[in-house]
Design a protein around this ligand. Structure first.
Ligand SMILES: Cc1cc2nc3c(=O)[nH]c(=O)nc-3n(C[C@H](O)[C@H](O)[C@H](O)COP(=O)(O)OP(=O)(O)OC[C@H]3O[C@@H](n4cnc5c(N)ncnc54)[C@H](O)[C@@H]3O)c2cc1C
Length: 436
């Protein structure tokens, strides 16, 4: 096995992992391990990234080549020059990611990551008003222009994720994509991540789980997830009607769930319905005609939905309920472990909080990792405790707002979807999910 030493290993190159890598990489040797294939993209989005100096690596006696040479096999892609490393920038995945609304408050974080200028030039659309038929009575109109932080954005989500990854590379992080299964464990006061598919062992005092809702590393370490509810999001990207110039987010409650629809910068219209995983209608609604027919019963949606959508439009299903890693188990974990973004805390999409949290938790982790520096185990444990306390406060605030939100549509109060959420409190609704 080849062995390489780093200052931080981040698993997951989504917004949380990339944002943290961007903050740490200028001063530290940072490795980001990503499961997905991130193909090189064409010149459409700009010039190749600048070269960065190679990381300092300790090569074990049995290591045949350092990790920078591994890049030549395509196993590690990095901004550093490497003979056959994928050229140019990192490609967006082919299927658009759902989750595209970013509040204006994120501006400060983007600035702190040094990303604001790039973000503003990327063509994300300024968020229009929200038309909401949620509480009883007529639909209400909320104009985000009144928000002191500004209206926020509807993101080109693939572009957003790609730009964050590129920023991490430009800051000096090393990114390895197409990773097979990883095995993480605490060994001798540090963290070790074994990549069997590449015959590599990576070691660092800091290990970060940024794998999204999977929380793949935390679960492997035996840290259970507290699942608040089993919400599923069914969503489709529809071709817009020729006369569709609507820039509003449309939101409405229904008997067994809730809808939103918005146009994203690609021009497509997202239609999303959220319902319980055990709802008897779930299967039928995976057919687009059935989903559209149900949506058209809602006046705020009917006025913008296309009459037909092509046969090639798929309905995707994604878990969307809120969950968090068990704080007590996290507190018992060896020092230097952090779970960021959705891996630590995932939110119901009604909160529109996930991407902001991905950036905010990355910023918090960067601060505590940087401050604990070379202070040894006590400093590392203190840093971890400070991070966990902040995450617990974020979760408590979120749950209070979540309960208020789901108490809104009194007209459906007797329906199972709503009644369950109205009856929920943290003690009764959360359950400890079996660890992987
Ligand atoms: C239906 C829906 C609607 C949403 N709407 C919004 C919204 O409007 N606004 C908002 O702010 N948020 C929204 N969100 C949430 C938002 O998408 C997430 O909060 C955000 O993607 C979290 O970022 P992350 O970096 O933590 O995780 P992710 O974006 O999930 O990234 C995780 C990364 O880790 C990689 N990975 C996973 N497992 C492994 C592994 N074992 N090894 C290596 N790599 C791995 C993945 O490939 C991925 O690149 C929504 C979510 C859903 C489900």
């Amino acid at each position: 096995m080849r062995v390489a030493d780093w200052d931080a290993i981040i698993v997951g190159a989504g917004p949380a992992g990339s944002a943290l890598a961007t903050r740490l990489a200028p001063q530290r040797r940072v490795l980001v391990l990503e499961r997905a294939v991130l193909r090189a993209r064409t010149a459409a989005h700009g010039a190749p990234l600048p070269a960065e100096p190679a990381p300092t690596e300790r090569v074990s006696p049995d290591m045949q080549a350092p990790a920078t040479a591994v890049a030549a096999t395509g196993a590690i892609a990095s901004s550093r020059p490497a003979a056959a490393a994928p050229p140019g920038r990192i490609a967006a995945p082919p299927v658009p990611r759902i989750g595209e609304s970013l509040p204006g408050a994120a501006r400060v974080l983007l600035q702190r990551f040094g990303l604001l200028e790039r973000f503003l030039a990327a063509g994300h659309a300024e968020r229009g008003a929200t038309i909401s038929h949620w509480d009883d009575g007529d639909p209400v109109w909320f104009d985000h222009l009144r928000d002191p932080n500004g209206p926020g954005w509807h993101l080109d989500r693939n572009r957003f994720d790609t730009d964050l990854r590129e920023a991490a590379l430009a800051a000096g992080a090393t990114l390895a994509d197409e990773c097979g299964p990883l095995h993480a464990s605490p060994v001798g006061g540090a963290w070790q991540v074994e990549r069997q598919d590449a015959g590599q062992i990576h070691r660092a005092p800091v290990l970060v789980d940024a794998t999204g809702r999977n929380a793949a590393i935390a679960r492997q370490l035996g840290i259970p997830r507290r699942v608040d509810d089993e919400l599923i999001c069914l969503h489709a990207y529809l071709p817009p009607r020729a006369d569709d110039e609507d820039d509003c987010t449309r939101l409405c409650a229904d008997t067994n769930g809730w809808w939103y629809s918005v146009r994203v910068p690609s021009g497509q219209r997202v239609l999303a319905f959220h319902l319980d995983a055990d709802d008897a209608e779930l299967r039928a609604l995976r057919s687009l005609p059935a989903l559209l027919a149900k949506a058209r019963r809602q006046a705020v949606l009917a006025e913008v939905l296309p009459v037909t959508a092509g046969d090639d439009v798929a309905v995707h299903a994604r878990p969307a309920g809120s969950a968090m890693l068990d704080p007590a188990a996290l507190a018992q974990t060896a020092p230097g472990f952090f779970a960021l973004g959705d891996a630590g805390l995932s939110f119901d999409p009604i909160a529109s909080q996930g991407l902001f949290h991905a950036l905010a938790s990355a910023e918090s982790a960067a601060s505590v990792i940087t401050q604990s520096g070379a202070g040894g185990d006590a400093a590392a444990a203190g840093a971890q405790a400070a991070f966990l306390a902040e995450q617990a406060a974020v979760h408590a605030h979120y749950r209070r707002r979540w309960q208020d939100t789901y108490a809104g549509p009194a007209r459906y109060g007797g329906q199972r979807f709503w009644a369950m959420r109205r009856a929920a409190d943290d003690a009764s609704s959360s359950r400890i999910a079996a660890s992987a």
